[in-house]
Design a protein around this ligand. Structure first.
Ligand code: F6R
Ligand code: ZN
Length: 185
């Protein structure tokens, strides 16, 4: 029997490493429309978040692994957030595990009911297959979240654009302020 080295390493404090790992970076210029207003003090190339992933072929039964690193950026006081999505394949659930930082996991069901779970080091989140999900960094350090999801889940972003999350999250000092979105947005 052979005992071999793993092809991937994910030190809990770092990003996953191995030749199958890919990284995508979300810059402010591609995230402007997530926020209530444009922050002229932010450079277009400000890094908002990176997603490291190990992806399988999109087939039932296969799994993806990922790490999202949310930078501690505020957009006119509004906390940095991911675009957010439903899964295209509504049978596919997901786990999020927070390895660093503090934040909120915003969830929304198909009726548009929206709520958040607190995220902090060690918090584990089971995302039901029919819930939209978005990460929000409410801290002044990186928020790092490990995810595992089915390879055939896909991302439905359009549904969020048309009937998006109904709340916005801002930070004022240590206080987290939640505001309902304006209906004309
Ligand atoms: C995969 C998943 C995460 C997100 C990532 C970026 O199903 O939920 O890997 O894709 O946190 O968020 P989005 O894709 O919403 O920009
Ligand atoms: Zn997802």
């Amino acid at each position: 029997m052979k005992i071999i080295e793993p092809s991937l390493i994910h030190d809990w404090d770092k990003e996953p490493c191995g030749k199958e790992v890919t990284v995508s970076t979300k810059l402010y210029k591609d995230a402007k429309d997530f926020y209530e207003s444009v922050d002229e003090s932010l450079h277009d190339d400000t890094v908002m978040y990176e997603v490291y992933s190990v992806s399988s072929q999109s087939e039932p039964g296969k799994l993806n692994w990922g790490l999202t690193v949310m930078h501690p950026v505020k957009v006119n006081g509004e906390c940095n957030m991911t675009r957010g999505h439903f899964h295209e394949n509504m049978d596919c659930e997901e786990y999020y595990w927070c390895s660093k930082g503090t934040g909120l996991l915003m969830l929304m069901d198909e009726e548009g009911k929206c709520w958040c779970e607190k995220m902090y080091e060690g918090s584990l989140h089971h995302i039901r297959s029919d819930w939209a999900h978005r990460l929000i960094n409410t801290g002044d350090t990186y928020l790092k979240v490990v995810a595992c999801w089915p390879a055939d889940a896909g991302h439905d972003y359009a549904r969020i654009e048309h009937s998006g999350f109904t709340y916005r999250v801002y930070c004022e000092g240590k206080d987290i302020i939640v505001k309902e979105r304006r209906t004309n947005e």
